[in-house]
Design a protein around this ligand. Structure first.
Ligand SMILES: [Fe+2]
Length: 280
């Protein structure tokens, strides 16, 4: 069963369900005014995207389909995203609880709007942490992910289908139909899930309804991220961001002290400090 909790629920309860079930819906994750302001900000950009476009290769093409508009690099495109979504307190709480035991800092992995148009077929079931296959059986979580509803999600318009409990399954176990639940939810709610949880975008079988959702995920600070967040936003723009935003975009060096060693340094310094002091 897919559990639903309110965003006002105790954070410990949300963490517990996420760790036990591998997924849950948090109702009211974003206030209506945030959803409205964000949609207004990105509407034109999303509308300009061509659904039928070639991606990286056949697997990527099959996953993302030919009837879905995609907009990524959202920190570059949206002030609302940077101020109200990227640093959402619940993301911070969940990432601190689930990722921080295995890293000194976590980072944005991917920010990605999917607008599923009528006729879009369902994605194949997958785990998002499949991006790091060498860690497929790691005894710890490497990614905390979410799909935010920017329009209502229904069974008919392509609500994400998710398999609670699958984060603890052998990687080759195939879900039965009764184990798959659609994340039916209003705009502003969010499906939160672990990188190890099976899920897939649903098919849009409506005649004319768009389903707009947004994937936002975070990963251990020592992993390479799915989107190249350094190239996604020009450095001149990054310089205008707050240190908190710069840090979560990956500009903070990952300091493995006291074991030793740092990742992401520049000239033996922390890029975040270089940005703060005007040296980058
Ligand atoms: Fe996915």
């Amino acid at each position: 069963m897919l559990r639903y909790l309110s965003a006002s629920a105790d954070a410990a309860a949300i963490i517990e369900v996420l760790e036990e079930e591998g997924a849950l819906v948090v109702e009211g994750f974003l206030a209506d005014r945030v959803v409205d302001a964000f949609n207004l900000e990105v509407d034109d950009l999303v509308r300009q995207q061509i659904p039928d476009r070639a991606c990286l290769g056949p697997v990527y093409d099959a996953l993302f389909g030919k009837r879905t508009r995609h907009l990524t690099a959202l920190a570059a495109h949206s002030d609302v995203f940077r101020r109200e979504i990227l640093l959402h307190p619940l993301y911070r709480t969940l990432c601190d609880a689930i990722l921080l035991p295995m890293c000194s800092s976590w980072q944005l992995n991917y920010s990605h709007i999917f607008e599923i148009t009528p006729g879009a077929v369902a994605q194949f079931m997958h785990r998002d942490d499949g991006c790091w296959p060498a860690l497929a059986t790691a005894p710890y979580e490497i990614e905390v992910a979410s799909i935010l509803a920017l329009s209502r999600f229904t069974r008919e318009n392509g609500a994400t289908r998710v398999v609670p409990g699958s984060h603890r399954w052998p990687v080759d176990r195939v879900p039965r139909q009764a184990e798959i639940f659609p994340a039916v939810m209003p705009a502003g709610s969010a499906l939160l899930y672990l990188g190890s949880t099976l899920h897939a975008a649903g098919a849009n079988t409506t005649p004319a309804e768009l389903r707009r959702g947004m994937h936002v995920s975070f990963c251990l600070g020592w992993l390479r991220t799915e989107e190249n967040n350094f190239l996604a936003t020009p450095l001149e723009q990054v310089r205008t961001f707050t240190p908190e935003v710069q840090a979560v975009l990956g500009y903070r060096a990952h300091d493995a002290a006291p074991q030793g060693g740092c990742l992401g340094v520049l000239g033996m310094n922390d890029p975040l400090e270089l940005l703060r002091t005007g040296r980058l």
